[in-house]
Design a binder for this molecule. Structure first.
Ligand code: HEC
Length: 166
């Protein structure tokens, strides 16, 4: 009887201990994941911005007459418009350069003026969509003109919201 009681006690004690350790480990993992997640989101959004840059660079080569792939412009422009739609997701709270300084150029103004920031993303989407439409005509000069508007859409967000690295 007594033995069984002790066994039961130590068993429940052991279960409790295992649970406590598992919970502590789980919490530690959760904290580590949260910190990693912010860094990962920043790395991810850098890749999105680099992707947008690759598309606009391809279009610029067409606009400058360096290559004659006018038929590729619409797809590149649509890819930029799609990427622009994801921009608000890429800037969750807690990912400003003040909070995660390492290699981060996202000013705190983004979250202070969120509506202006999302409007700037919408503007890029609109200008890139217009470029995709213009590109259908295959007119290099018209592509160049609308490309200028897309470039302005990048600048009008970077100016208030991005702190360029030295
Ligand atoms: C709605 C705002 C917004 C728009 C529109 C926007 N960007 Fe950005 N971009 C940012 C912010 C904010 C950063 C800094 C992000 C960071 O460091 O985490 C950034 C960073 C970048 C970077 C640096 C990426 C890196 O690896 O550090 C490049 C390149 C870039 N943008 C290109 C562009 C181009 C090209 C366009 C237009 C076609 C554009 N962006 C439009 C907000 C924007």
């Amino acid at each position: 009887m007594r033995e069984a009681h002790v066994l039961r006690q130590s068993k429940s004690g052991l279960v409790g201990l295992v649970l406590a350790v598992a919970m502590a480990a789980g919490m530690a993992v959760g904290v580590a994941q949260a910190a990693d997640e912010a860094k990962n989101v920043i790395a991810y959004r850098h890749n999105v911005m680099k992707g947008i840059t690759a598309h606009i660079t391809q279009i610029a080569m067409v606009a400058k007459g360096e290559v004659s792939f006018t038929g590729h412009v619409a797809a590149n422009a649509r890819a930029m418009a799609d990427a622009a739609k994801t921009i608000p997701d890429l800037f969750p709270k807690g990912t400003s350069l003040d909070e995660v300084p390492d290699g981060n150029e996202a000013k705190a103004e983004i979250w202070k003026d969120w509506d202006k920031f999302t409007a700037a993303a919408k503007n890029l989407e609109a200008q890139a969509t217009k470029l995709a439409e213009v590109a259908g005509g295959g007119d290099v000069a018209a592509i160049g003109a609308q490309l200028g508007e897309v470039g302005k859409a990048c600048g009008s967000c970077h100016e208030p919201f991005r702190k360029m690295k030295q």
